[in-house]
Every structure is written in C-alpha cells, then in structure tokens.
Design a protein around this ligand. Structure first.
Ligand SMILES: [Cu+2]
Length: 129
C-alpha cells in the first residue's frame, strides 16, 4: 500500500512538471496553432493564413537569435508598428535551435505584420480570416 502511494505521488509530480514545461505560449488545447519556421536569416514563408481565434507557433530552426515584434522592414529600415487587433509582440527573443514561441490567439480578422529586428527584410505577414 505504501509503495502504491509513492508511485501515485511520483506520477502526479511528473504530471505537474510536464504541464509546467509544456507550451510556453499558454495556448489552450481548444485553440489551434500553425507552425512558422525560421531559418538563420528569415521566416521560412513570407506569409501565413490562419483562422480567427488561432495562433502561430514560431519555431527557430537554427541557433540564431531572432528578435520579433509587430511591424515590418520597409526600404531597409525596421519599422515597429502597433496593429489594433493583433497580439502585442515586443522584442520577443528566440535564440536556440528548436526554440518555440506561440503568438496569439489572433481574435480579429485582418492582415498583420511581424518582423525580426536583427535580420533585414525578415518579414512575416499573418492573414487572419
Ligand atoms: Cu531574425
């Protein structure tokens, strides 16, 4: 009986740790998220289309530091922007290979822009419909 209790205690501790180390973005199980990969200098795709209420999951494919925010590169300059309806992303640093961050949910239909302030022309358009 005592052994069983110890096993149960360990199992529940494991469950707590698993939840704590899980999604850093806090996306609930009910909302979906779309993966957007990042190479060493750019997003793997220039734009992504998602449905209202869902999120994007930024995944760093290399050990390069990216610093993500709302806005875009225009004519060689990084231009931060505030976009009503978009989740606020401010200096989100993603440095390790395999590191992942959830941005969202995007609850308002529209076209939004994210950029990386480190890499020129590293722009992502998020179309929410
Ligand atoms: Cu970058």
């Amino acid at each position: 009986m005592k052994k069983l209790l110890i096993v149960l205690a360990m199992l529940s501790l494991f469950a707590v740790l698993t939840v704590a180390c899980g999604s850093s973005g806090g996306a609930g199980s009910s909302s979906s998220s779309t993966a957007v990969h990042m190479s060493s200098t750019n997003f793997a795709e220039p734009s992504v289309t998602i449905s209202k209420g869902s999120s994007i999951n930024l995944i760093n494919d290399t050990a390069t530091t990216h610093i993500i925010g709302n806005g875009s590169w225009k004519n060689g300059s990084a231009v931060p922007a505030t976009e009503p309806g978009a989740p606020t992303v401010s200096n989100l640093q993603i440095s390790s290979a395999g590191e992942m961050h959830t941005i969202g949910p995007f609850n308002t239909a529209g076209t939004y822009h994210l950029y990386c302030s480190v890499h020129e022309n590293m722009n992502l358009t998020v179309i929410v419909q």
